[in-house]
Design a protein around this ligand. Sequence first.
Ligand SMILES: Nc1ncnc2c1ncn2[C@@H]1O[C@H](COP(=O)(O)OP(=O)(O)O)[C@@H](O)[C@H]1O
Ligand SMILES: [Mg+2]
Length: 305
Amino acid sequence: MSDIITVTNLKKTYGDFTAVDSINLIVHQGETFGILGPNGAGKTTTLEMMEGLKSITSGTVILDGKDVTTHTRDVKSVIGVQLQSSTFFDGLNLKELIETFAALYNQEADAMELLREVQLEEKAKSMVKELSGGQKQRLSIAVALVNKPKVLFLDEPTTGLDPQARRNLWDLINQIKGGGVTIIITTHYMEEAEVLCDRIAIMDNAKVIALDTPNGLLKLADVGTTIACHVDKKVEASALKQLPNINGMEVHDQSFSLNTHKPELTLPALFTFAKEHGIALHDVQVHQATLEDVFLKLTGRKLRD
Ligand SMILES: Nc1ncnc2c1ncn2[C@@H]1O[C@H](COP(=O)(O)OP(=O)(O)O)[C@@H](O)[C@H]1O
Ligand SMILES: [Mg+2]
């Protein structure tokens, strides 16, 4: 797989404050690459430096073989950047809006085809202010696709959307990826990163603290699987410790949870143990580790406090 973006020792400072601290990233052509982190981590600043929209304090970004700082125009001609819909001109309907952006980019664009791609065909004659939040986000993606970009940048595209609209946008992002576009997306939703991204850089306090595939991150943090259940009477920790492959546990009066790397061994042993000791297990839940657990393990904090 060839690389389309190489970020080397990228840094942004504002006076004494470091917003992005010497980060290194390589993005492969055709992948969906996520930057996941809490508010203030430095995601937007990183993205805007990669796009050539924000000046770089030090380090380099090479995109499609061009240095973003010295060849900003070349870079801008091969990228699509999702703008916030609030910045769209009033007084134009969706079709006119797309045609206006196409003219700005000197591009031949089939406005109706683009609107169809983002499922806004029926809204072609509507004004932006008549759209729902999810529809506005889809429109801003259509506008970002006007210049047929090789790389599409999406900055928290689903923040504030309801679950259904978020899922629709995930489908759209996967559809665009299917067309061969490389996608860089920032998010503070770990499930979004997990669902959409081939690889994820986790950012915290201006630094990239981990970078891997979703599965690789889960393995790296080594957080295991949690088995939780309710019981009628307290089960002692000393008894539970005899079960195989237990890494940790939490025991309460009417419930306990076990952490294991081998749920396929621990679970049947737990059922046998319960039967032998006359313990009724209720609401048995098996919780596989998520990126939220990875973040907690890496930083000691939750992603969203
Ligand atoms: N123009 C600016 N001047 C000073 N600090 C800034 C400026 N822009 C962003 N920051 C700070 O840089 C940090 C990273 O911001 P940002 O990249 O927007 O984070 P994120 O997108 O991950 O929420 C934040 O602490 C933010 O307050
Ligand atoms: Mg941001």
